[in-house]
Design a protein around this ligand. Structure first.
Ligand SMILES: [Zn+2]
Length: 403
């Protein structure tokens, strides 16, 4: 080992001076002593305080040259303040005393974790993957800006199932900017309530509309915490409910069809559920043959097709009239699944018509889903929801943050 003084300026720790440096091929040890010119001040009341003893501590630092392992050894100062009657320990401000690492190393790990799985960090640095995750989380929690809760007008709330074990979480997104505002375990009332608890009354009053799925516990929470906000049921959920009802008709027709009629129904599932304008000519022909042979499916299909007109209305009042007619028509068919759907539409009329006014789309949720799948795969799994939330927020943060 040899001393190499020109490296010294890389190791400025305020209040400490370099006492000794040991440089080897794969290891650098920097030994620090207290700079005696600095007075000791109580960190609690910032008054002069006495020093009781020094305790040797070590911290990891950034690799230098071929040396992957760089260790800073320093004397942590333990003292007692007679003014505020408290014990204290002073570490260099450049060192995170809990992580036993310099903050610059932790920031570096955090930057790496933005682009590679934490599992790969041990390839580059002498720390474990779990340490990398812990540091990454700590730096993100400290430096990521908080979500902007002051100008929320449109919210999107959804439940998301992650992992193989149907682990659910509730996510709240700013419907206009796509910013992720909240992530919580489960899909129950409490999962959403914890979001509203963060908001002031002034912030809540600005919320005009909240887009949610029809099922689930969110509606009651919104009605309780943001009674002025209009609840909007997600258009795509409604459409998929209708498709499910039509598909139920198809299945029951298949079961009841005579053997020679089954050939008309076979392979028609996607033709029936697809939008008419997306069908190829031969698919249209095959549907036409089916409708000639099967009156019930023909009716179901016409109903389904007509429903899409609802979304083209501009005025909720006209849309409501259209809905009345459609519901009557659906009931007249007597088809069980469609009657059930129509009754549900009637019950949820306000929340469905609210879409006409607010035109909330779930596009922002879709892009969130893409982001979260990527992050879960790459970064951290889904066990630590707080960390996952930070990683999602980091994704949205501008790269100039250099986190
Ligand atoms: Zn004090």
């Amino acid at each position: 080992m040899s001393s190499h003084p020109s490296l010294r300026h890389l190791y400025n720790f305020s209040g400490w001076v370099i006492h000794e440096m040991q440089v080897a091929q794969d290891l650098v040890v920097i030994k620090l002593h207290r700079d005696k010119r600095h007075r000791i001040y109580c960190p609690h009341c910032i008054r002069k305080a006495g020093l009781n003893r020094k305790v040797m501590q070590t911290a990891y630092d950034l690799p230098v040259g071929p040396a992957n392992l760089v260790i800073v050894q320093y004397e942590a100062l333990q003292g007692y303040c007679s003014h505020c009657k408290s014990h204290f320990t002073i570490h260099p401000q450049e060192i995170d005393r809990y992580a036993h690492a310099t903050t610059r190393l932790m920031h570096y790990v955090c930057r790496l974790c933005r682009f590679m799985p934490a599992d790969k960090i041990p390839v580059f640095l002498p720390i474990s993957a779990s340490t990398a995750r812990r540091w990454d989380k700590r730096i993100l929690a400290k430096h990521l800006p908080n979500p902007d809760l002051d100008n929320l007008r449109i919210l999107l709330i959804d439940e998301k199932s992650i992992g193989a074990h149907h682990h659910y979480m509730t996510v709240v997104i700013n419907g206009e900017t796509g910013e992720v505002l909240h992530l919580a375990e489960g899909k129950k009332k409490t999962s959403l309530e914890s979001f509203f608890h963060q908001l002031t009354q002034k912030q809540i009053k600005k919320i005009k509309a909240v887009g949610i799925d029809r099922a689930g516990a969110y509606k009651a929470v919104i009605e309780e915490y943001a009674p002025k906000a209009q609840i909007v049921f997600d258009k795509f959920h409604i459409v998929s409910n209708l498709n499910a009802a039509v598909d139920e008709v198809r299945r029951s027709e298949w079961r009841n069809a005579a053997k020679e009629d089954k050939k008309f129904i076979k392979g028609q599932r996607f033709n029936l559920l697809r939008n008419a304008q997306n069908l190829r000519d031969e698919q249209c022909d095959s549907l036409a043959r089916l409708f000639e042979a099967n009156e019930v499916l023909s009716q179901a299909y016409l109903l389904k097709d007509a429903f899409s007109t609802l979304w083209t209305y501009v005025r909720p009042k006209w849309a409501s009239k259209f809905l009345d007619n459609w519901i009557d028509w659906a009931k007249e068919t007597g088809l069980k699944s469609l009657v059930r759907f129509a009754k549900g539409v009637d019950r949820d009329r306000n929340e469905i018509l609210a879409w006409i006014k607010h035109r909330i789309t779930s596009a922002k949720l879709e892009s969130f889903n893409a982001t979260i799948n990527r992050i879960v795969k790459r970064a951290c799994g889904y066990r630590d929801l707080d960390y996952l939330y930070l990683k999602i927020r980091q994704e949205a943060a501008p790269p100039v943050l250099q986190l």
